[in-house]
Design a protein around this ligand. Structure first.
Ligand code: NDP
Length: 449
């Protein structure tokens, strides 16, 4: 199950050779190639014209200097990135990440995943990703604005409604999108609303976009639990992170009747035996921009904070890793299984290491890969583009209903594809194959470009 077809091994070798040191990118490519052996035996035309080699090579990679002035008047320099990975299905689409760990390999892994995720939504969007090694933590509003403006002074040359439509990701939320859109508008003298998504409601944003990734991952997992005649109702859940994806995954899990036992940030995790109080998490994270340790200080009895450590030591029925890549290891997977986990849904991109994924798949735990489970964010971004194009604005209920339908369709496509390719219940295989087939069919039709 986890070996690469001999015809595809040279493709991986080339990727490793050509992108030396970009370990997360190698990991993301390997995981997709492991699923494609079954496709090329059934549909050998997809192995022609170096189609798979082409899909692994970005159409364009842009790296640029971002100079800006901090509150002390000192000049700071960061590095900006945008990778245009694949535009067979539509304009490049994918978020911007501001985090000190960002480098070209991280952006390429995210951009590569994005191709298949976007294809799974069934919407006309290609794959791209970008960001910077800028660390927003501890920066004033003024510093954030000056950084975003400088970043856009270069980025604006490479994006556009029909070219490339960025959105948020780690470290980039509504505030940052607003500053970037403002500078784009000034530079181009165009009110081109569909050039960025995740905008505020006052200037062309979509209702339910903020909630979409987290809500979508909960919709996916609820449907997946349904295949075993169960649901979130009464389940004890652990959600890592306390950012955009984690907060809205928790909100929807609570609406489905689940209980949240623990959540985290990059410093540690908090366990509340009475169930996490989401209003307090939102107050700390969205309003005060504080640390999750404050939760335990406010709550007191029945609640404890562990600095460092692994949130996956907390026993649960459903685990939703929703913070960052490679945050759940093989060791953590074994601990979760020993503690009785029945389902794992990746809210983040590639949060489970390859050995963790393998352990879950071999053990019969329901496992939803990020490229399917967290596709609700980009799907709702595409709905934001539709509303911008038609100068329309839908209600929260209508937008959420469309999101729910898209997530159910993605779930069912993954499940049916896995069955068709002889691996029922294997959502990793189902997601990789069904995303790939849609892109590959378009690429064949477009010729060698
Ligand atoms: P946010 O910046 O809103 O939140 C990230 C959360 O993860 C924070 O709680 C952060 O803690 C924590 N975190 C970040 N890095 C680490 C780390 N190295 N170790 C432990 N915790 C960490 O980001 P999002 O919620 O938007 O994104 C989370 C994940 O979901 C990412 O993988 C992203 O690519 C993916 N995703 C996001 C989408 C979106 O629409 N936003 C769409 C699809 C996928 P701290 O505050 O301490 O940094």
């Amino acid at each position: 199950m986890n070996s690469i077809d001999e015809k595809l091994q040279p493709v991986l070798n080339t990727v490793i050779h050509r992108n030396a040191g970009e370990l997360e990118f190698h990991q993301a490519v390997r995981e997709v190639l492991e699923s494609l052996g079954r496709v090329i035996s059934k549909r050998p035309e997809f192995a022609e014209d170096a189609l798979i080699e082409r899909i692994c090579e970005p159409e364009r990679q842009i790296i640029f200097r971002v100079p800006w002035i901090d509150d002390q008047g000192d000049v700071q320099i960061n590095r900006g990135f945008r990778v245009h990975f694949n535009s067979a299905l539509g304009p490049y689409k994918g978020g911007l990440r501001f985090h000190p760990s960002v480098n070209i390999g991280i952006i390429k892994f995210l951009g590569f995943e994005q191709i298949f995720k976007n294809a799974l939504t069934g919407l006309p969007i290609g794959g791209g990703k970008g960001g910077s090694d800028f660390d927003p933590k501890g920066r004033s509003d003024g510093e954030i604005m000056r950084f975003c403006q400088s970043f856009m002074i270069e980025l604006h040359r490479h994006i556009g409604e029909y070219t490339d439509v960025p959105a948020g990701d780690i470290g980039v939320g509504g505030r940052e999108i607003g500053y970037m859109f403002g500078m784009y508008k000034r530079l181009t003298n165009r009110y081109e609303a569909a050039v960025l998504t995740g905008k505020g409601l006052s200037y062309g944003g979509s209702r339910a976009r903020t909630e979409a990734t987290g809500f979508g991952s909960a919709y996916f997992v609820e449907r997946m639990l349904g295949t075993r005649a169960t649901s979130f109702d009464g389940k004890r859940c652990v959600v890592s992170g306390s950012g955009n994806v984690a907060i809205y995954a928790m909100q929807k899990i609570l609406a489905f009747g689940g209980v949240i036992a623990a959540c985290s940030d990059s410093d540690g995790y908090v366990v509340d035996e009475a169930g996490i109080d989401l209003a307090l998490v939102k107050e700390i994270k969205e309003v005060r921009r504080g640390r999750i340790s404050e939760y335990a200080r406010v709550k007191g009895a029945g609640c404890h904070y562990i600095k460092g450590g692994s949130i996956w030591d907390v026993p649960c029925d459903v685990a939703m890793p929703s913070a960052t890549q490679n945050e759940l290891t093989g060791h953590d997977a074994k601990t979760l299984i020993a503690n009785g986990v029945i389902a794992v849904g990746e809210g983040a991109n590639m949060p489970c290491t390859p050995d963790a994924v393998q352990i879950f798949r071999n053990s019969g735990v329901l496992f939803a890969p990020g490229k399917a489970a967290n596709a609700g964010g980009v799907a709702t971004s595409a709905l934001e583009m539709q509303q911008n194009a038609s100068r329309d604005s839908w209600s929260f209920e209508e937008t959420e209903q469309r999101l729910a339908t898209i997530m159910h369709n993605i779930h069912d496509a993954c499940a049916e594809t896995a069955k068709e390719y002889g691996a029922p219940g294997d959502y990793v295989l189902g997601a990789n194959i069904s995303g790939f087939v849609r892109v590959a069919e378009a690429m064949r039709a477009l010729g060698v470009v």
